[in-house]
Design a protein around this ligand. Sequence first.
Ligand code: NAD
Ligand code: WQD
Length: 338
Amino acid sequence: MKKILITGGAGYIGSHTAVALVNSGYEPVIVDNFSNSEKSALEGIKSILGREVKSYEVDCLDKNGMEKVFQENDFSGVIHFAASKAVGESTRLPLKYYSNNIDSLIILLELMSKYKVKDLVFSSSCTVYGQPKVLPVTEATPRQDAESPYGNTKKICEDILRDFILSGAASRIVALRYFNPVGAHPSSAIGELPIGVPANLIPFVTQTAAGIREKITVFGNDYDTPDGTCVRDYIHVMDLADAHVKALKYLSEQKDNFYDIFNVGTGNGNTVLEVIKTFEKVSGQKLNYEIGPRRTGDIEKVWANTDKINKVLGWDAKYTLEDSMRDSWNWQVKLGKK
Ligand code: NAD
Ligand code: WQD
């Protein structure tokens, strides 16, 4: 059975991917420092699979600790989720973001070279596109100056991967540019665990409906969009997890020294008000929301052209926005007031 190292595997996307990997016949091994996750995620994975997934509490910046993980396991590939991801925090603590997100990748590439582990799937983001001039965005859409240090780390990491391959490295690498991940495992055993006040739309919506927050502010309704609110491509985390499994299979079919990039989205854009209405419909909850001013740095509209991933990886988003809202709500109900 092929062993896959999942850094950040206790996190939101990593935990769902661990489950998807086992269900596709891989043996995931999780490394996480639990800086933005809880050990309960490992219990959640266990309850879905009926067995434990091997895990290490190690920081990806700890090269000796990581080397021990490589020595103890014969990996055939790596999925690198571990990163700090809060856009707002990254503007206050840029060095934390540059260090955690970039150094962890460099250490990983060094160890992968040393231990001859060729295949890597890297978590990138649609944030690299900024506000694109032409929509939907393809992988050839030019990247723009990053809106935040966080966004810049994703651009820099993509450049590191490109240069690593250009240097002749034997590796095979795919960067997946996620659009907006939402939803949770339909069992409600795992899901997103925001720490503190969520900055992202869906956890704020579900926490408001759960009574943790009094109300949610819609950031602006004077944009050039169908109802004036911002448009995003909301992709269910189950579909996203499946894209990683397909990316690993694709990598195993490539020759050495290979790099490719894929958008991972549904191909549809939805406004904030559409999201809220869909949430209200599937949850039966009336959401207390108000229209407020625009949020500084917000992108007006972005959604993915998914032709490349549809054709090349044979991947397609299967879950609808209704599914996403239902699963996000069921997860919040399970969390209760948390
Ligand atoms: P998450 O915070 O839930 O998961 C990341 C995990 O990595 C956490 O469990 C955290 O504890 C761990 N981690 C962080 N730094 C670490 C380190 N130095 N050593 C070991 N573990 C470490 O985030 P997520 O939403 O699952 O995101 C996963 C990846 O996808 C990240 O790289 C993120 O930037 C990227 N991404 C996320 C989104 C999103 O909106 N969720 C969108 C695009 C890209
Ligand atoms: C979605 C929409 C808000 C909260 C961020 C990162 C990006 C990527 C995904 C990692 C926007 C609106 C939100 C609220 C609102 N992450 N909103 N009220 O901004 O698309 O992207 O997460 O790579 O890098 O920047 O996601 O969930 O914050 O916002 O009206 O209380 O919801 O204005 O239109 P965003 P989001």
